[in-house]
Design a protein. Sequence first.
Length: 105
Amino acid sequence: MDTGGCSAAEPYALRVIGDSMEPEFLDGHIIIVDPGMPLSDGAFVVIDYDGDTSLRQWSVDGDRKRLKPLNDEYPVVELTGPFHVHGVVVQRATPGRRRDRKHYY
């Protein structure tokens, strides 16, 4: 059966909203998220936690897992409950600026 959409394992694009990940990800940047990419310390992830979907930097220290914003005005969050990682950011682009692309993997 052809659903006409993307498979859950295919990369997809999202638009960054807000300033919590500045200066690396600005409001309006387009990110490519790969749900099949394995998590690693320092990776940028799209994650559901505590009722919110966020773009954050994944941090692991022993058994402790944290979500770090790059903007110091936002708190680091320690994961203490259930969460769902949608995928790892593999590319960033600024709309209309082809030369302003960055690959992460």
